[in-house]
Design a protein around this ligand. Sequence first.
Ligand code: FMN
Length: 274
Amino acid sequence: MSLISVDHEKCNQDGICVSECPARIIVIDPETGYPVPTPDFKDFCLKCGHCVTVCPTEALRLDWLSPEDCPAIKKEKVVNSEQAEQFLRGRRSIRSFKEKQIPREMFEKLIDVACSAPSAKNQQPWHWIVVQKPTEVRRVAEMVIEAMRMLNKMNPQEAEMRGVPRVLASWDQGYDRICRGAPHLIIVHADKNWLYGPEDTALALGLLDLYATSLGLGACWAGYVYKTTNAYPPLFEALGLPADHLAFGAMMIGYPKFSYRRIPIRNKPRVTWK
Ligand SMILES: Cc1cc2nc3c(=O)[nH]c(=O)nc-3n(C[C@H](O)[C@H](O)[C@H](O)COP(=O)(O)O)c2cc1C
């Protein structure tokens, strides 16, 4: 099969695939009037699937993707703007969790949806670690505390700046500010040399957070976890990250103990209108 195949019976020659291709590697053949790949198509295709999924007549397929592979967007499932606003504004960072555990299939679904985030050049650079056992999450928190105690000793000024003494005091009083007693932890990591690693992975984790809300789950970024993972080799190794990767985000996750009744007010947006 060629790189692109176009069903001439279905194609209405509207040129939408040409307009929407981000790499500009589909052109209209002047002789036939149908879309064809440019000679460098293979080198520059992002594998974003836009050409297949935007075609209104399902005329175009790639050697690796056909319209039937791609779920249809159902009109009745499109959220309206009021629903979207409440959903987006109503998401909260959850820090109190039930003991109930999330089943593995739910994690799979969460991560699958998170992977539909945008990524630079559609690189989808994210890798995931799911710490499923609450005892292992506790172990991660303990290791972060170990690292914090070392920092507090060696560089008290820096530790103070990062709020470490308060975190340690809480821990010593029996409250875990690292993972907040969450039953599970999700860590996202990527190649440390990928230019857009921080953005791509944060976007994916952001989607995961939102989708978790829709599943009745609660999540919260675990900033101390991923920052310490990169700075403290014993934790990096315990989590099993590849040497050339960095942890770019971590999220505590579980079933929320409480539900929020109202939406807190944010700062006024700082916008420069030009
Ligand atoms: C990069 C990042 C790191 C964060 N780290 C932590 C953390 O370590 N512990 C925590 O309890 N919350 C953490 N948070 C959650 C923020 O405190 C929270 O988003 C903020 O207070 C606003 O609350 P909301 O998310 O419920 O709107 C983090 C958020 C982000 C974006």
